[in-house]
Design a protein. Structure first.
Lengths: 384, 180
């Protein structure tokens, strides 16, 4: 049923429908509304889960490790500095192959302190082994949680997943969402029944010491599972579409891309404004299209290449910067189009909450047409 | 697409006003989007909140620069912040003030002033003006029905608080309707 609600509350409700058995989280702006709502569900007995209050994010995700290893469906949420504090734990979760799902209300990283949106936080964990989904709007932000659990818990995957949605821009936005029901999700998401779990009667260990004879292969297996998860994402997304009408089988999504000469590549909420800008540019006769990347890890290299091979130039928008190199999405797209001869230019945009408007997208299209790029877009040179 | 920008100070309920206006608009059968722009998060600091209304799904996520409507919760903001910036010709500006305006809105823009603070003090007992201004907005723009606003307020607030806030909204609604 369509209802109008805040992004964070919608995400909390979606998480409730996933029936997590253990939740451990620490509040941090702009993620706080999610865990507040979940704490309320648990307190009101609307959700039968153990809600563990902890002293910080390191403990939050550590508590999730124990719960997940014991066989529980486990959830956390964080952002920015909170995720940074989880850095070590994130690698442990993935290494122990625990399918924890965590919402990230994307926010910039300090210093300087910023509570506002960019995607530096989750992008900085790109090498940790977690799947990374990015939502364009709050409909996707809710739906991707169902997909994330379904994929993460698949026995051939068993890796954790971030569901990323832009802080404030989505987390604090009220907009209409088609909320599914508990019955819907019970049909889509089976109970989590891991084949291996901590059990006092049948003891095993997680996260053991790996000597040089074994460590290399551990990493290989994680990489293989992440790459093979593409097929699982496709299957789960397709099934979701068949059941509820919104098809998430594709990891990338084109918008007016079929006959485009200039392609913009982006992830997250910036795609919405970009689509509006594209419609206006199309009205002016410019052949511009968008390739939205919904899954950043595993990276859909082949899908990106396939979707872009016909265009004349590509502009990649990055709400992150690998300082000293380029934006993370730009690097991936350049890799995907290596040898194609198609020029790919990157634009660092919207860091720390800098607003992105339709006119910015149009200016970037003008820049890429002139061959100018691989730059910070919209620098206020007067403050440099 | 029509756009509303609300200017207030932290603690005055600008964000709540945007949310409830969006909820009421959605009840009326249009797509609506409400979101805040926080500065530093503390009481008294200038705050903006935005609402968009459209007949189709709203994809745009940038802030509102060329609003059709503006609500100013606190007229002392006018000297600190360019609250009327970008307002469209034919737009409507609603300012909470008890005085005869000593400021000008851009040409071709309709100004409505209302003493929302007095209304709120009488109806709610607190100088929280957001609900009165929602009533004024409903009357001035027709974007939301008063009944939808009433539902939204009833849903958001505990009973007594809802009754008082609806009263404040109604008084402002009637005053703006009466003046029209």
């Amino acid at each position: 049923m369509m209802e109008i609600t805040e992004g964070s509350h919608a995400v909390a409700e979606a998480v409730k429908f996933c029936r997590p058995q253990v939740i451990a989280a620490y509040p941090i702006t702009p993620q706080t509304h999610i865990v507040e709502a979940l704490a309320e569900y648990v307190a009101n007995c609307e959700l039968d889960a153990e809600y563990i209050t902890v002293e910080n994010e390191f403990s939050a995700l550590s508590a999730c490790i124990g719960a997940s290893a014991a066989g529980s469906r486990t959830y956390s949420a964080t952002t920015s500095q909170g995720l940074a504090l989880m850095f070590e734990v994130c690698f442990n979760v993935a290494g122990m192959r625990l399918p924890i799902v965590m919402s990230i209300a994307n926010r910039a990283l300090g210093a300087p302190l910023s509570i506002w949106n960019d995607q530096q936080d989750s992008i900085s964990l790109r090498d940790s082994g977690w799947l990374q989904f990015y939502a364009e709007d709050n409909q996707e932000a809710t739906d991707l949680h169902y997909i994330a659990y379904r994929v993460a818990e698949e026995s051939s995957v068993l890796l954790p997943a971030f569901v990323c949605f832009d802080g404030f821009i989505l987390s604090h936005t009220y907009e209409p969402i088609d909320m599914l029901t508990q019955d819907d999700i019970d049909r889509f998401l089976p109970k989590y029944t891991p084949s291996e779990r901590l059990d006092a009667a049948d003891p095993i260990s997680f996260g053991m010491y790996a000597t040089p004879e074994y460590y290399h292969e551990f990493r290989y297996e994680m990489d293989r599972a992440l790459k093979e998860s593409k097929a699982i994402i496709h299957k789960a997304g397709k099934e979701f579409g068949q059941m509820f009408g919104r098809d998430y089988s594709a990891m990338v999504e084109g918008y007016r891309l079929e006959d485009a000469e200039t392609a913009i590549v982006a992830l997250g909420s910036i795609c919405g404004t970009t689509k509006d800008a594209i419609d206006e540019m199309r009205d002016e006769g410019k052949k511009v299209g968008l390739l939205k990347i919904r899954v950043f890890r595993p990276f859909p290299t082949e899908d990106v290449a396939k979707a872009l091979l016909h265009v004349k130039r590509v502009a990649v928008l990055d709400k992150n910067i690998s300082l000293g190199a380029k934006g993370a999405v730009t690097l991936e797209v350049k890799d995907a189009l290596y040898n194609s001869g198609i020029p790919v230019k990157g634009y660092i945009i919207g860091l720390g909450g800098r607003d992105v408007r339709k006119k910015d997208i149009k200016e970037i299209v003008a820049l890429v047409e002139k061959g100018q790029g691989d730059m910070f877009y919209g620098l206020r040179t007067e403050v440099l | 697409m029509r756009e509303l920008r609300i200017h207030g100070r932290g603690g005055q309920g600008s964000v709540t006003a945007a949310e409830l206006i969006a909820i009421a608009a959605f009840e009326g059968g249009v797509f609506a989007q409400a979101f805040p722009a926080f500065g530093v998060e503390r009481r008294g600091a200038p705050v903006q909140a935005f609402v968009r209304f459209d007949d189709k799904i709203i994809r745009k996520r940038s802030q509102v620069y060329e609003p059709d409507y503006i609500i100013v919760q606190d007229s002392t903001l006018i000297k600190d912040v360019n609250v009327f910036q970008g307002v469209k010709k034919g737009g409507i500006v609603i300012v909470n003030t008890e005085r005869v305006p000593d400021f000008k809105v851009p040409e071709g823009v309709k100004l409505i002033t209302i003493d929302a603070t007095s209304i709120a003090l009488k109806a709610i007992g607190l100088p929280i003006t957001n609900t009165s201004l929602m009533g004024a907005f409903a009357a001035a723009t027709g974007e939301i029905k008063f009944s939808a606003l009433e539902h939204a307020l009833n849903h958001r607030f505990p009973k007594e608080l809802a009754i008082n806030n609806i009263e404040a909204a109604r008084q402002a609604y009637d005053r703006v309707k009466g003046a029209a």
